[in-house]
Write a protein that binds this ligand. Structure first.
Ligand SMILES: [Zn+2]
Length: 409
């Protein structure tokens, strides 16, 4: 029995190796196809136009829920191509490049919204091989990548078997409502969902759960010279923080805990009547979050009692981990892995992301997240991207599009 089992498991391992091998071969043959080569050449020839268009879109600020002006501009660019174009009830701009024979419906998402305040005047500057502008990276680089691939696919007369659906989503930064609406409306009609957000060298296949809390210790306060106990509410806060950092936070499943903000009295000579701190709790496993949440609540209770104060917790935000069973072994992940390797990105598989991919995974849609270029200072006015690698990133996205939707013969 043992022998049979080990032969069987050997067979499973070997057949996985073979299937991974054949997917790598398939991706390689797509990459070597003259039409795909022509599309890559087009991207090289299109470089200056890509940079100009990327900047033009970035300079239309699009705060969450105020994406209309940017959407109209992108729609104008899409209208130059043979695409079915529509908006849905969440304001997502959707462009479908029809496939020829019912291959996998492959959705690429890039979000239109930015975190910057309405009315902010954005003017990009280029220096030392980088382009600087708020929102240039998150997520305009990926909007531009999709537009550049559409142009290159058309120029090279590439037809895919399955539909390629380009979804320019709204409101990613403020709660993913655009992607949530799209994935809810299209559940069962989508085979692969690729959220382009951040990213360059690798991809992720799970969404990390993120809970933010603000914990308060509430006491009587008073002057420095007032009789104690009760103490300043900063005392249980300090004790609690020290104990929370003693908690074991697992690395597998990938999890994090951070206490980033705290506050107490407004003045030096008063005991704090409200001492508070934040907790940022993350894990790819919701049970880990629930377990740590319980342990933290217990510490807070004990320290509040010990200092004779009360405790109050506000949940600032909570979004659950999105892990789809079997996603790691899915065709999407295998093809994405092969595409990244074929483009020279190795090893390509990252941990977990936090973006529109989670909306798809929570609807049971096979999904990954990746992106088209390296950028820094996302969500800051100093945001910037390297220019040169974007062209390679765009080629990677194009290869991913064709390898997933299938090259029509
Ligand atoms: Zn983003």
């Amino acid at each position: 029995m043992r022998l049979i089992l080990s032969i069987l498991s050997m067979f499973v391992i070997l057949s996985n190796v073979f299937s991974q091998q054949s997917i790598a071969d398939q991706v390689k043959s797509v990459q070597d196809d003259p039409r795909v080569k022509a599309a890559f050449d087009h991207i090289d020839k299109d470089r200056d136009a890509i940079l100009r268009e990327w900047i033009a879109i970035t300079e239309i600020n699009a705060p969450s829920k105020q994406e209309q002006e940017r959407a109209k501009y992108i729609e104008g660019l899409l209208r130059k191509h043979k695409l079915e174009i529509r908006y849905d009830s969440a304001g997502n701009l959707i462009a479908t490049r029809k496939g020829t024979d019912g291959g996998p419906v492959t959705v690429f998402d890039a979000h239109m919204d930015t975190v910057f305040q309405p009315g902010l005047k954005i003017k990009a500057t280029v220096r030392d091989g980088r382009v600087y502008a708020p929102g240039i990276g998150d997520d305009t680089r990926n909007i531009e990548a999709l537009l550049a691939t559409i142009r290159a696919l058309d120029a090279a007369k590439i037809k895919t078997k399955g539909d390629l659906v380009f979804v320019f989503t709204t409101d990613e930064e403020a709660g993913m409502t655009g992607a949530k609406q799209y994935t809810k409306d299209n559940k069962g009609k989508v085979d692969y969902y690729i959220a382009l957000d951040g990213g360059y060298e690798g991809f992720t296949y799970a969404g990390i759960g993120i809970n933010w809390y603000r914990h308060h210790f509430i006491g009587p306060g008073g002057h420095t010279r007032s009789r104690t106990p009760p103490y300043s509410a900063t005392l249980p806060l300090a004790r609690a923080i020290a104990r929370i950092y003693e908690l074991k936070v697992p690395t597998n499943p990938s999890s994090n805990l951070n206490i980033g903000m705290l506050g107490g009295s407004e003045v030096v000579n008063a005991k704090a009547s409200d001492a508070w701190f934040t907790v940022d709790l993350r894990s790819t496993n919701n049970d880990v979050i629930a377990d740590l949440e319980k342990k933290i609540a217990l510490i807070l209770d004990e320290e509040a009692k010990r200092a004779g104060v009360t405790v109050k917790t506000d949940v600032i935000s909570a979004s659950p981990a999105a892990v789809l069973p079997g996603n790691r072994e899915s065709n999407l992940v295998k093809i994405a892995e092969a595409v990244h390797r074929a483009m020279g990105f190795d090893p390509p598989i990252g941990n977990a992301g936090s973006n529109n991919s989670s909306a798809a995974l929570l609807q049971g849609i096979t999904s990954i997240s990746t992106g088209a270029g390296p950028c820094s200072d996302s969500h800051a006015l100093t945001e910037n991207c390297e220019i040169e690698p974007l062209y390679r990133g765009i080629k990677k996205i194009l290869l991913l599009e064709v390898a997933l939707a299938g090259l029509d013969q």
